[in-house]
Each structure stands twice: as C-alpha cells, then as structure tokens.
Design a protein around this ligand. Structure first.
Ligand SMILES: Cc1cc2nc3c(=O)[nH]c(=O)nc-3n(C[C@H](O)[C@H](O)[C@H](O)COP(=O)(O)OP(=O)(O)OC[C@H]3O[C@@H](n4cnc5c(N)ncnc54)[C@H](O)[C@@H]3O)c2cc1C
Length: 399
C-alpha cells in the first residue's frame, strides 16, 4: 500500500528533510508532500541585508522550490496548517491501554511497547483543503516579529521589504530592542549602508546574546559594534512596540528618543495548529516535546525538528544540518519499514557566526574551552555572502 509522507513547513529544516528523503524513498510505494505557507523558500540568514540595503536583490532571500524533489515525483501544497487530527487506530490503542498523560511515563516505555507503524491522520489548512498522511514531519519554525515577519504571499513580502527599506532610509535615530543575533546583525547592516545614522541596541541582559555563550565572545561583539558607532545599553528593556512620537520610557526609567524602533526580541514557535492535539505535545512556551528519535511523544508517526522542538539548545540552522535532519530522515525510513528506530539526537556542538555588516563579525566555536574568531573568519564563513550559494545547493538550484 502506498504511504503518504508529509513534511509541514518549507524552511531550513523542511527542505533538508525532503532532500534526505528523496534519496531514500521509493516512489512506487511512497508519496511525498511538502505543505508550506509560502510559495518560495525564505533564507532568513540573508533577510536583514535585503531589508536594509536597497541594492541587495530579492533573489538572495526568496528561492523557488522547483528543483527541491530532484527526480522524485513530489508534490507541493501551499497553505497554512490550522489543525492536525489523528484518525488511525493505533492512537486509540495508546489511550485504551490507559497510559498516563505524563511525559516521563512514555519516555520510559521499552521500544517493543510503543506502536511502531500504521498511524496517521489529516491536516486541515487555512485554504479549506485537507491532506491525509501516514507519517508527518513538523518543521514550522519560529514565529518572528517586526522586520523578519514576512507575509506569506510574494506581493506581500515585496511590499514588506520596500516598507522597511524606506523606514530605515528615512530614519536618523534607530533603536533596536533586543541584543540577540537578529538585533546585532541589524545594527551591522544599517552601519554598512548608513554609517552616519544613530543606532542603539537595547538589551535586557548584562551582555549581548545570552548565557549560552562565554563572556569573551559577547564582549568581542560589543566591542566591534561600538567601534562602528553603535550605542549599546545593557540591563534594560522596553515592552511592546511603543510609538516613537515621544520619548520611550525604559524598564529602568530612562527616556530614549528615536524616530524608528525595530523589535528584535526572542521569538516563539509556530505550533498553534497542535493546540488541540491530544495527548498534549506542547510545552508552556509552545515548543514540541520530542524523544531523542525526534518522534513526538505519544504520537507514533509524527516527527518534529528545527526551531520548534523542545530541546535545550540554541535554535539554529546549524543544529538542523549538523543533527536533526539526518536523525529524522533515517528514523522515518526505519519507521516506514516497520523497523526499530535506531537514530538518536544527542545535541550538537555550539557554533555561532554573527555578522557585523558584510565585512566583519565575530564567531564562536564550542570546541574544548571555546574559540572566538573575528572579522576575517566571520566574513569568510558568513558575512560576505550570507550562505546564499549553500541555500541554492540545498534546494538543487544551479549556481
Ligand atoms: C535574521 C536571522 C539570521 C539567522 N542567522 C543564522 C545563522 O547565521 N546560522 C544559523 O545556524 N541560524 C541562523 N538563523 C536561525 C535559522 O534561520 C533558523 O534556526 C532556521 O531557519 C530554522 O529552520 P526551521 O525550518 O525550523 O524554520 P524556518 O526556516 O523558519 O521554516 C519554517 C517554515 O514553515 C512554514 N510554516 C510556518 N507555520 C506553518 C504552518 N502552520 N503551516 C504551513 N507552513 C508553515 C514557514 O512559512 C517556513 O517556510 C537566523 C535567523 C534569523 C531570523
């Protein structure tokens, strides 16, 4: 019988899994579908430069899916998932065995006690369409705010880019709220194109980034930004998205004036479509509880990877390409064959490259005691091209 495998979300994780699966699935017995809300791939890594620099082409960020499946007869369905309903019998079996709703209880069960195959269900989309699946792989990523929150339709995102370019061009004093990678890279890109504009980063923590990284890396980034005239205010914050018409009052009582405020705060997960799935799979913050096989707890045949999973690590593309994707591809194939899943995610080494415009930046490599590299390395590994060639290669597009 033909089994339908659905990948939900066509971002970094979804496309990596599709590229892995097309090399392993058999088109005579497997149907492969990508459901995703946008008609094109969006390379977030190069998005800030596009939003700031009017000379950056849209083709550095938006890429067609035309070669994604290679010669495999895959299908793309455009739509936003609104809910998932499990309809096949094994799910009932879990409930009727009376297993407790506790996360730990199922984690402790032996492999032979877990249903291994045959589950499936239906995904409902915002378009009204319904898609049936036997195996589903969730890769719907983070929910971004402000500049990075691209609309889903091409007309909408072209307008979005124009609007932000104009806002940045017309502003003289820009306040960036959030000193994580997005806020830092936004400051660097603005200084590249508009060196004389005032740029301030407001960061809630005692240093830029968060405590996952050593202070020497965090201070190195700060030093490099300050050298370019970026002002950095630490241990302070503003909430919401206040108007810039009058001075903005910070948590610590400062009054800041600016004519453009860019929010670059932590993002949540795009998992609202799982809100009604029983037993619950979401943490309080909306991340998906998974086992080390990257299968979703209590839901055989459902896998998740990328930014949406509840795993104690920084949300990064690097984690997907250096770990999540291979685990999911190999386990899905074993699952489809009715075999025991033997691939397990154990976390991966921290590596972070943060650009400071196209010629600089700072990188951290989490080997031994941790190494910090500066402009030359970061420019070579990331800042100059923002991985555009690698994205084309991943999507199967010609150079
Ligand atoms: C500005 C910026 C710079 C970055 N730089 C780096 C970097 O240098 N190195 C690095 O390792 N990481 C970097 N990251 C992080 C990296 O981009 C993410 O970790 C990565 O994109 C996560 O991949 P994902 O597939 O989980 O999510 P995404 O790439 O966000 O893809 C999610 C996909 O799912 C779709 N989708 C969402 N909801 C639904 C739904 N309900 N139904 C259907 N489809 C849906 C979305 O449209 C999207 O196509 C950066 C992020 C940003 C924002």
């Amino acid at each position: 019988m033909v089994k339908t495998i659905v990948v939900l979300g066509g971002g970094a994780a979804g496309v990596k899994v599709i590229r892995g699966l097309v090399a392993k699935l058999d088109p005579t017995i497997h149907r492969l579908i990508l459901i995703t809300s946008r008609p094109e791939y969006v390379n977030l890594i190069s998005a800030i430069r596009l939003l700031v620099d009017p000379t950056t082409p849209h083709s550095n960020v938006f890429f067609p899916y035309t070669r994604l499946f290679g010669d495999f007869p895959g299908h793309i369905v455009q739509g936003t998932a609104t809910s998932i309903e499990e309809t096949k019998s094994e799910v009932g079996k879990i409930a009727s065995r009376g297993w407790s709703d506790s996360f730990e209880a199922l984690r402790e069960l032996g492999e032979e006690e877990r249903p291994m195959a045959g589950c499936g269900g239906i995904i409902a989309l915002s378009t009204g369409a319904k898609v049936e699946y036997d195996v589903i792989i969730l890769a719907t990523g983070s929910a971004w705010e402000g500049m990075i929150a691209f609309p889903n339709d091409p007309q909408g995102y072209i307008k979005h880019v124009d609007t932000w370019r104009k806002r940045i061009r017309d502003a003289q004093d820009i306040l960036i709220v959030g000193g994580g990678p997005v806020g830092i890279e936004t400051a660097g890109e603005i200084k590249d194109v508009y060196p004389s504009k005032g740029v301030t980063i407001l960061q809630g923590d005692r240093l830029l980034l968060n405590d996952v990284y050593p202070d020497k890396f965090r201070r190195d980034i700060q030093r490099r930004l300050e050298r370019r005239g970026v002002e950095i205010i630490l241990n302070d914050a503003v909430s919401g998205n206040p108007s810039t018409e009058k001075p903005i009052k910070t948590r610590e009582g400062k009054e800041l004036t600016c004519d453009l405020l860019i929010t670059a705060r932590g993002s949540g997960a795009n998992t609202q479509y799982l809100k009604f799935l029983k037993p619950n799979v979401l943490t309080d913050r909306g991340y998906i509880k998974i086992m080390s096989t990257l299968e979703i707890l209590y839901h055989p045949g459902m896998f998740a990877l990328g930014d949406i999973v509840d795993w104690p690590e920084v949300k990064q593309l690097a984690k997907i390409s250096m770990g999540h994707a291979d685990v999911v591809v190999n386990n899905v194939v074993q699952y489809l064959n009715g075999e025991k899943m033997t691939h397990s995610y154990q976390g991966s080494r921290d590596f972070m490259a943060i650009s400071n415009g196209r010629n600089g930046g700072s990188s951290f490599v989490g080997l031994w005691w941790g190494f910090v590299f500066g402009n030359r390395f970061t420019r070579w590994i990331k800042s100059r091209t923002l991985l555009v060639e690698q994205v084309r290669e991943t999507l199967g597009l010609p150079e």
